[in-house]
Design a protein. Structure first.
Length: 312
C-alpha cells in the first residue's frame, strides 16, 4: 500500500514539473527563459544566413573580376594578333612590289639581250655596217653602266643623309630608322599633351622650331605627321582629337618654314598605344605625335605602308 502511494506521489511530482511551476512569478520567469531561448535560436539562424550571403557576395565579386581580367587578356591577344596580321600584309605588299620590279628588270634584260643578238647578227653579215653599229652598242652599254653607277651613288648619298638626319633629330627627340626612312616620336619627353587637349603649349614651340630648322634643309622628302591619344574617351572623339594634334604640329612646322605641300597628317586615336597600361605615366606616353620622313623618289607602291612600318 505504501509503495502504491509513493508511486502516485512521484507521478504527481513529475506532472507538476512538466506543467511548470505553480507559482505565478516562477511561471513568468520560466516563460521568459523559454522566449529568450527562442529568440537566441532565431538570432543565430539569421546570423548564419547573413554569413552565407556575405560569403556568396565575396565569391561572386571575385568571380566577376576574374572574368573581366580574362576578357581584357583576350582583347589584348586579339589586338596583338591584328598588329601581326597588318605587318604581314605590309610585308606581302612590299614583296609583291619587289617581285614586280624584278620581273620588269628581267624583261628589260631579256630585251637588251635580244637587241644585242640582233646587233651581233648584223655585224656578222656586213663588216661595214659593223663598224658603224659597234660604237653605238658600246655607247649604250656605257650609258647603262653610268645609270647604274649614278643610282648607286644616289642610294649611298641618301643613306648617308638619313644617318646624319637621324643623329641630328635624335638630339631633339626619340628618332629611329624604318624600312622607308625615319620616324620621330614627340611624346612626354619632348612635347606633352594634356588629356583631351591638342593645343601646343608655348614652352614646346622652340622644339618644333628646331625640328623645322633641320627638316627644311632636306630636298626630295615627304613628311607624315600622325597623332595619337590615350585610352580615355570614345573612339570617335579620340580620332578627332588625334587628328587635331597632328594638324597642330603640322601648322607649327609650316609657320617655321616647312613647305605645306610636302606634309600630310592623320589621326589614329588610341589604336596604337606605346604602353599598355592605365596608370598616369602610360597614358601620358600614349598622348603623342609622330613625324615620318620618306624619300619622295621611292616607289609610290611602298608609301602607303608607312603607317604600318613607322608606327608599330
Amino acid at each position: 500500500m505504501a509503495s502504491i502511494l509513493s508511486e502516485v506521489e512521484e507521478r504527481a511530482i513529475q506532472e507538476k514539473e512538466l506543467a511548470g511551476p505553480s507559482n505565478p512569478m516562477a511561471q513568468h520567469a520560466y516563460e521568459g527563459f523559454a522566449q529568450r531561448q527562442s529568440r537566441s535560436g532565431l538570432f543565430l539562424g539569421a546570423a548564419a544566413v547573413a554569413l552565407v550571403l556575405v560569403l556568396a557576395s565575396i565569391f561572386g565579386l571575385w568571380l566577376l573580376r576574374s572574368v573581366r581580367r580574362l576578357n581584357r587578356q583576350v582583347a589584348q591577344l586579339n589586338h596583338q594578333t591584328g598588329q601581326l596580321n597588318r605587318r604581314l600584309e605590309g610585308a606581302e605588299q612590299l614583296a609583291k612590289a619587289l617581285d614586280q620590279k624584278a620581273s620588269q628588270a628581267a624583261a628589260d634584260a631579256q630585251t637588251a639581250a635580244l637587241q644585242g643578238g640582233q646587233i651581233r647578227a648584223s655585224l656578222a653579215t656586213s663588216a661595214a655596217p659593223a663598224q658603224s653599229v659597234l660604237p653605238t652598242t658600246t655607247a649604250a652599254e656605257q650609258g647603262a653602266n653610268q645609270v647604274a653607277t649614278k643610282a648607286e651613288e644616289y642610294r649611298r648619298q641618301r643613306e648617308k643623309e638619313l644617318q646624319s638626319l637621324q643623329q641630328s633629330l635624335g638630339q631633339i627627340a626619340e628618332t629611329h630608322r624604318t624600312a622607308l626612312g625615319l620616324v620621330m616620336t614627340l611624346g612626354e619627353k619632348s612635347i606633352r599633351f594634356d588629356s583631351g587637349k591638342w593645343e601646343i603649349a608655348p614652352q614646346y614651340r622652340g622644339i618644333l622650331n628646331r625640328i623645322a630648322g633641320v627638316l627644311k634643309k632636306l630636298n626630295g622628302y615627304s613628311f607624315y605627321v600622325y597623332g595619337y591619344t590615350d585610352d580615355n574617351g570614345t573612339k570617335d572623339n579620340n580620332l578627332t582629337l588625334s587628328a587635331r594634334r597632328a594638324r597642330a604640329v603640322r601648322d607649327a612646322l609650316v609657320r617655321a618654314g616647312i613647305d605645306p605641300s610636302v606634309i600630310s597628317t592623320k589621326g589614329f586615336g588610341k589604336s596604337k598605344p606605346r604602353v599598355r597600361s592605365t596608370n598616369a605615366k602610360a597614358l601620358a606616353a600614349n598622348r603623342r605625335v609622330e613625324i615620318g620622313m620618306v624619300d619622295s623618289s621611292k616607289d609610290p607602291l611602298t608609301q602607303p605602308n608607312l603607317t604600318k612600318v613607322a608606327t608599330n
